[in-house]
Design a protein around this ligand. Sequence first.
Ligand code: C2E
Ligand code: MG
Ligand code: MG
Ligand code: MG
Length: 282
Amino acid sequence: SVKNSGRNGFSYYSPALHNAALVRMRTTNDLRVALREGQFEVYYQPIATLDTGKIAKAEALVRWHHPTRGLVSPDEFIPLAEESGLIVPLGNWVACQAISQLACWQQTYDPNFKMSINLSPVQLRSQDFVDMTWVKELKHHGLQGNSVIVEITEGLLLNAENRVNENLHLLHQAGIQIAIDDFGTGYSSLAYLRKFNIDYLKIDRSFVADLDGVGYELCLAIIAMAHSLGVMVIAEGVETVQQSQTLSRIGCDHIQGYLLSRPLPADDISRFLSGCSDVVIN
Ligand code: C2E
Ligand code: MG
Ligand code: MG
Ligand code: MG
């Protein structure tokens, strides 16, 4: 039989592979249902400005409450949402939620509060992105474009297609700011920062975790380079007071991480914001 010829070690059928494929198919189908039935929730993680000690921003991070599996991590379902194209409607939904939450925090907490939203390369490469439903949502709430930051990854900028250029241009036109997420893990290039008019770099948390080692020199270099180009720096994954102090000393602009708070539902972050005058970060 062709199923397992044995001699050349060539197998046409692998149960493990088959199972993995089935799980992906099932999960993709579940994602479609989840979108329809409202199983997603947006969590928020605060971002502090180091020289004032104030929480001035938050990052929107999507969560999936799966009916049988419980809370599923975005690292698990975002890739599948990207493959299936579901990331476009899901990303729109996340952005709309985040923008109405932003309107609320600007009214109740700080009129200059900013919201940072992750965009998938698939969204920036898609045609549908051009009508940007969620950008209209900004106007609907009477918010300034520059109160939104979109986080993109370096890989997107490497050989950026025309469509990506056009979409980034549309974002700029709307006044929206652009951050490079997980900076330092990809094709990190000075040229991109200039060419694409980047506003923020987010230093990947692996460098922050290694501030006692080579991460320190890397953070120093990234901050110097960014500042020389007028780009602001946000350090991700800050977990200790010591990391926060070191980053503050070397001129990092903003920090984000478990030291301040884990990502939490909007109501918890509202409570956090109203009581955060006693948060000590440096
Ligand atoms: P990211 O954008 O780099 O988000 C930061 C991740 O680091 C979050 O994981 C956050 O919970 C985690 N984190 C924050 N502070 C700390 C810390 O102090 N220590 C440690 N160990 N981790 C920390 P999360 O929420 O699981 O999200 C994972 C990734 O999924 C995100 O990485 C982002 O790439 C993607 N993602 C999440 N939401 C969305 C979304 O709405 N759209 C798209 N396209 N991607 C999303
Ligand atoms: Mg991010
Ligand atoms: Mg990141
Ligand atoms: Mg990441």
